[in-house]
Design a protein around this ligand. Structure first.
Ligand code: GLN
Length: 209
């Protein structure tokens, strides 16, 4: 069975473990380098990127994880996880570092300070049937992607016609899901909605290696 690690320092760890198990993968919490070495892919959960960054360094996981992703370990980040996978960020704290892996610039807390959460329906490339049954996307103090490098595939943008409420206007057209090689990231939290299609996509990326 495919073993997928969930970085278990802070954030939506349990939700990702459940979603991965529900699509038939073996999900393992990762807190040490030896646990990282035993998995075929890694999920970096939503939570707080500055906290996860600090804990990665405190647990001596920052360098091993950075190197593993650089050397091709498939990775999937949601929200804070997207921030950690970005090569460049704006709106970070002064000492905030990222693992990198995606040739993108990500803006932290992009939907605006006053917009704690924002929901919309998305068509996501690579997600079967999302044109007819869209992915319901929940954004919580979420980032968006401002710039993508030439090898990055844009999988989803916010569709103004499907969005309502505060923040909808600023969010229109923003990139909220990307993939480069075997690294996948979403601004939103597929782990909280019960829609398993993004986890299935990630598991299929891991399995096809
Ligand atoms: N704003 C958070 C951060 O900067 C991300 C929020 C989330 O993951 N829900 O890490």
């Amino acid at each position: 069975m495919t073993s997928i690690g969930v970085l278990a320092l802070q954030g939506d760890v349990r939700e990702h473990v459940h979603a991965l198990e529900a699509v038939g993968a073996h999900a393992l919490p990762v807190r040490r380098p030896s646990e990282l070495a035993a998995v075929d892919g890694i999920v970096i959960p939503g939570g707080e990127s500055t906290t996860i960054d600090k804990l990665l360094r405190a647990f001596d996981l920052f360098e091993p994880l950075r190197r593993a992703i650089r050397d091709g370990l498939p990775a999937f980040g949601s929200c804070a996880g997207m921030i950690l996978l970005a090569d460049r960020i704006t709106g970070g704290t002064a000492d905030q570092q990222t693992l990198g892996g995606l040739d993108v610039t990500v803006r932290r807390n992009a939907f605006g300070r006053q917009v704690d959460s924002f929901e919309t329906d998305l068509v996501v490339e690579g997600v079967p049937d999302s044109a007819t049954t869209p992915v319901h996307a929940v954004f919580i103090r979420a980032p968006w992607v401002e710039e993508v490098g030439p090898r990055v595939q844009v999988l989803a943008r916010v569709d103004a016609g499907r969005s309502r409420g505060e923040g909808a206007e600023a969010a229109a057209g923003r990139i909220v899901a990307v993939r480069e090689r075997d690294v996948l990231a979403t601004s939103f939290h597929p782990e909280v909605t019960g829609d398993l299609r993004l986890h299935r996509l990630f598991v299929s990326i891991v399995e096809s290696r």
